[in-house]
Design a protein around this ligand. Structure first.
Ligand SMILES: *Cc1c(COP(=O)(O)O)cnc(C)c1O
Length: 349
């Protein structure tokens, strides 16, 4: 293999294995970088980039959709989905805790003139069906047009029960709503349930997946849908300035990630479980048992600040103080968990 980078240029500081802030902190390793450096590329605006075309075809096939479009981020990919379903003055029903509603800067409202109808999520991450049903507005000039139901899986690291998804889909169909899934961590849901990614994606009109979370690619998301939906999404992507040129360079990382980094998510889940088991032994910590790769820890307020300082001082990075979030990923391994637990224990000695 030859590619025009010296070894020196490829050297990067390894992570210390103790960065639990997010599964987005991973950095591409040598093999992924080699795939990027040797990717065949073309101008994707002309549809000429063979690596992008291959990635889109592979992800569409894998998730059981007719078509796919590569997007810069999950935020953009979700927005493409929402814009594809909803016109100005339409409304989408979404969880109060959903990423599209809470963490995407209000893009649907700002850029799409789409009114969100947020509803409280139940503790398992679902939106109760009765609440959805009650929120769907009659066809009346007073109301926005209820148009879309958007779910998220995993949500807060929790896998939506398959039976719930089937019922929510049946409700949406009965009431004429389209269905979008924010599947940023759909791969984790599939691995946790021991089903195919297609099984999680089934029954939605559009699905957004991230390549840059647990899968460890540096950049990229993919929106899946029918040929017609993806044609529309491509126009919105162009309008948003998201249509790129020789973007096979980064699509190659995504292709590498879907080949090599899906099955290993089971390790992240096992590491999260061991982390949760260890932390739950410590006084003053209440740990939610993880379903996938995210561990939530609530810390007694009297020690929270000092405990967080202790972790930081010893190189353990997390988010939150009283309500901590620890995320496992490609760049933490079993040994990292042991080290992190030792550091956490020291605080209490
Ligand atoms: C991270 C994330 C996104 C957005 O992805 P970005 O690439 O960060 O824009 C969307 N939905 C969920 C559930 C996420 O976790």
């Amino acid at each position: 293999m030859s590619y025009p980078l010296s070894n020196q240029e490829l050297v990067h500081t390894p992570l210390n294995g103790l960065d639990f802030r997010s599964d987005t902190v991973t950095r591409p390793g040598q093999a992924m970088r080699a795939a990027m450096a040797t990717a065949e590329v073309g101008d994707d605006v002309f549809g000429d980039d063979p690596t992008v075309n291959a990635l889109e075809a592979e992800v569409a096939e894998m998730l059981g959709f007719e078509a796919a479009v590569f997007a810069a981020t999950g935020t953009q990919s979700n927005l493409l989905g929402l814009l594809t379903h909803c016109q100005r003055g339409d409304e989408y029903i979404v969880g109060q805790d959903a990423h599209t509603y809470k963490f995407e800067a209000g893009g649907a409202a700002v850029l799409g003139s789409i009114q969100p109808q947020p509803l409280d999520n139940a503790p398992d991450g679902s939106i109760p069906l009765a609440k959805i049903e009650a929120a769907i507005k009659p066809d009346d000039a007073h109301f926005a047009r209820s148009r879309l139901l958007a779910l998220e899986n995993t949500i807060g690291g929790k896998v939506l029960p398959a039976s719930y998804i089937a019922e929510a889909q049946a409700l949406a169909r009965r009431r004429g709503l389209a269905l979008h899934l924010d599947g940023a961590r759909l791969w984790n849901a599939a691995v946790a349930q021991g089903v195919s990614p297609a099984a999680i994606a089934q029954g939605f009109d559009t699905v957004s997946v991230c390549l840059s979370k647990g899968l460890g690619a540096p950049v990229g998301s993919v929106l899946l849908g029918s040929r017609e939906a993806i044609k529309s999404a491509r126009r919105w992507r162009k309008m948003l300035g998201g249509t790129m040129r020789q973007v096979g360079i980064i699509a190659a990382a995504g292709r590498y990630a879907i080949r090599h980094h899906i099955d290993r998510l089971a390790e992240d889940h096992a590491n999260a479980q061991r982390l949760a088991d260890g932390l739950s032994q410590l006084p003053g910590l209440t740990v939610t048992s993880p379903q996938t790769n995210i561990v939530f820890v609530s810390v007694e307020p009297t020690i929270a600040e000092r405990f967080a300082d202790h972790l930081r001082a010893h190189g353990v990075l997390i988010t939150g103080t009283c309500n901590q979030r620890w995320v496992t990923h490609l760049d933490v391994n079993a040994e990292s968990i042991t080290r992190a637990l030792n550091i956490a224990q020291k605080f209490f000695i």
